[in-house]
Design a protein around this ligand. Structure first.
Ligand code: AHM
Ligand code: MG
Length: 319
């Protein structure tokens, strides 16, 4: 489906990654960084297919010790950022202390990433993915998700895709990893519409969060289709690809918020909002939340405008 033909002069379905990026931003440093991250995603995708194991280390069939795939992904992404020469600081969910990547502050970027979200579902062969957000300069705290210049996820399922949003350039864009190793632009999303699809995380919170229980009852009574994998990357990706639905991860006193604002929630917030969707922590867009510390957690919902209004109203009686 060639949607959004109005953008055709700026990007075309079928563009390669660099071709697309050149049309999407004049910032050569950003292009270099995003291309470099694409190289890492390609290797991670291959490793996810072949090197799955639990724990922090495993042994291959030759008896060699190997890093578990999430640690490997972590290393590959730090290497890619280092190699790009435009990254100042980077930190990851696995290695949260800021690492100096040697790039400039002026004209450079700082990057936060979750190397392999859902690493506990690798062994069951569910879709997993990498999430990252790119901020200008040298700050990853005291900033908001709205300050990001780009955000992306690598989705490793039956297909591998690189899903990208660039601030100031319309749409969220999906690239498919081709057999020959190239990324090809296959879809842009500029609207998230209505559709009865729900992806409810942290359901244990419904035992002592009455309003979350009410919201879930609403979806069930209204005969929404349940589509939840336990991996935030595929669950959020489905909203972008199907252009409808809602993902929720709500907290309660006994089931605290788990998802991290810096590494997961803010980057996915930019992907959803650039795609024409909305996000909320119950009160405001997750992109407006100040990231006070690297490990900050939050509840979150992503979806269409009406779904987010219903989410806020049901939880807190406002929107
Ligand atoms: P992780 O970063 O440790 O992999 O955890 C994040 C994942 C998300 O992908 C998913 O939405 C959530 O945890 C599910 O949590 P749970 O399995 O605890 O309900
Ligand atoms: Mg994670």
């Amino acid at each position: 489906k060639a949607k959004g033909t109005s953008l055709v002069t700026r990007c075309e379905i079928g563009d390669g990654l660099e071709e697309f990026l050149t049309k999407a931003t004049p910032d050569k440093g950003l292009i270099r960084l995003l291309v470099s991250m694409g190289e890492a995603l390609r290797t991670i995708s291959f490793k996810v297919k072949t090197a799955s194991c639990g724990g922090t280390q495993c042994v291959n069939s030759f008896g060699d010790e190997q890093l578990a795939v999430d640690m490997l992904a972590n290393q590959l992404l730090f290497d890619a950022l280092n190699y790009s020469h435009f990254c100042k600081y980077a930190c990851s969910e696995e290695e949260p202390e800021l690492q100096d990547m040697g790039g400039p502050v002026e004209g450079g970027f700082s990057v936060a990433f979750d190397p392999l979200d859902g690493s506990s579902i690798v062994d069951t062969n569910f879709t997993v993915g990498t999430i990252f957000g790119v901020w200008p300069g040298d700050k990853l705290t005291g900033v908001t998700g709205r300050d990001q210049v780009a955000a992306a996820m690598g989705v490793m399922g039956p297909r591998t895709t690189y899903v990208l949003a660039i601030k100031g350039f319309p749409g969220t864009h999906e690239f498919l990893l081709l057999d020959e190793g190239k990324w090809q632009h296959v879809k842009e999303t500029t609207e998230i519409g209505e559709g009865k699809l729900f992806s409810p995380g942290n359901l244990r919170a419904t035992s002592d969060n009455v309003n979350y229980a009410k919201l879930i009852d609403y979806y069930v009574n209204e005969k929404y289709t349940l589509r939840y994998t336990g991996g935030m990357v595929p669950d959020v990706n489905q909203i972008i690809v199907k252009e409808k639905g809602i993902f929720t991860n709500v907290a309660s006193p006994s089931a605290k918020a788990k998802l991290r604002l810096l590494f997961e929630v803010a980057p996915l917030g930019l992907l959803i909002e650039n795609a024409g969707g909305y996000s909320s922590d119950g009160y405001q867009s997750v992109l407006d939340k100040v990231i006070n510390n690297i490990d900050e957690r939050t509840q979150v919902a992503y979806g269409s405008k009406n779904e987010i209004i219903r989410f806020e109203e049901t939880l807190y009686g406002k929107s």
